[in-house]
Design a protein around this ligand. Sequence first.
Ligand code: BG6
Length: 484
Amino acid sequence: MTFSNDFLWGGAIAANQCEGAWNVDGKGPSIADTAPYFKNKQDYEDYVCFHMMSKDDVFDCLNDQEGCYPKRTGIDFYHHYQEDIRLFAGMGFKVLRMSIAWSRIFPHGDEEEPNELGLQFYDKVFDECLKYGIQPLVTLSHYETPLGLALDYGGWLNRKTISFYEKYVKTVFERYKDKVKYWITFNEINVILHSLYVGGAILKEYTSNNLDQDCFQAIHHLFLASSLAVKWGHEIIQDSHIGCMIARREAYPATCHPEDVLQCLDEDQMNLFFTDVQLRGYYPRYMNRYFKEHQIVIHKEAGDDELLRQYTCDFLSISYYMSVLSKKHIDENTEIAVGNLVNGVKNPYLESSTWGWQKDPIGLTIALRELYDRYQIPLFIAELGLGEKDVLTKDHKVHDDYRIDFLRDYIQGAKDAVEAGVDLFGLTVWGCIDIVSMSTSEMSKRYGFIYVDVDDLGKGSYQRYKKDSYDWYKKVIESNGEEL
Ligand code: BG6
């Protein structure tokens, strides 16, 4: 048997993409609630990444009576959580990776007292999981910083946000210390490099004329916040495991030309910078040159370095969907492979999904082996999965053999890594029930084992139906990964 007997098999969701009920029971808006439905990724990038959100944009979204904001309704997990968790239990889940919507607990972000109704909701969700023997694994912040902190403080660019986060994590650690043992401090902490708004809740008004400086200053604050979460997690919760997470950008040199190999190393270090700080406890020397070239000076306060050094994370989790190529000289003829936020040069040896994401299960083996060699701490796959257009037949079936094939290959990739000595303690398939897409806010891109009858505009019965992959994954879990 390859996987350990207590291997954590399960699925992953995020509050802002599934819960809905965005203004119910005292919840305040989060940055995710300002994300409109985009017909395609380019519109999303133009709006969120390149254009940069301003306060006016935020207010336009909040006052917009006509637009469609699917994350505000999600799949209405808020009212369907019992049914959904029962369905997860039906597959034999050992773990459910989910997030807490921070603005359900602190609606504006800076309140003195938490919102009791928000806390009660997660009590019910965790109890429901535990009833079936499912461990909740909770991401404290999954692209859903309270909008109040973005508008009034400049999000993570402002050092004060660290103390708001600290208060929030202490609150939820105290409240759920007997129910939740596994936590992740930030979802894909490196994504701030691609969007200051999504990753850092930073609005245009707060930025300077050196966006690199702003970005890395905010990253410093995120690092400190993550260390504080580790500190409090260990202090408050017995047997706690507090992990960090990156969107793993697995890249190969586009050719064996040394320039491409060096380019690949540079890009890889930019990805590993985040885990190096959170796991080794200090800024790696290779960043010094980058900081110098981009006129970046990180403002640190006394005690910052000690905090980072003392409170490193207990495990490393990754999302992994695809790999890319690195190339020194790119021109208009270079074909680009797209992901949601991670892009690179196209690999001629790989096939792509309908959304252009390059499928590379061997890349997962490579990623896990490299990361384990580097850090020698337990690894967790927090996300992998395939977003595709599914068809619900008249008799309410979804024949998603393409998803089964994809997951079989990727889980085999994980298995190969474990056989090569990697300490992997769990795996959660992304969007185990169909949820709203993070990037484009569409429903058409479905990842789930469970189909939810709702369309891009939020219309539908919200009924849940098992896809063919549901029974397949159930067998995978039952056989502890022996039967793929
Ligand atoms: C990850 C995010 O990057 O990718 C998830 O953590 C997201 O929130 C997932 O949903 C898939 O991306 P998308 O854009 O297809 O939903």
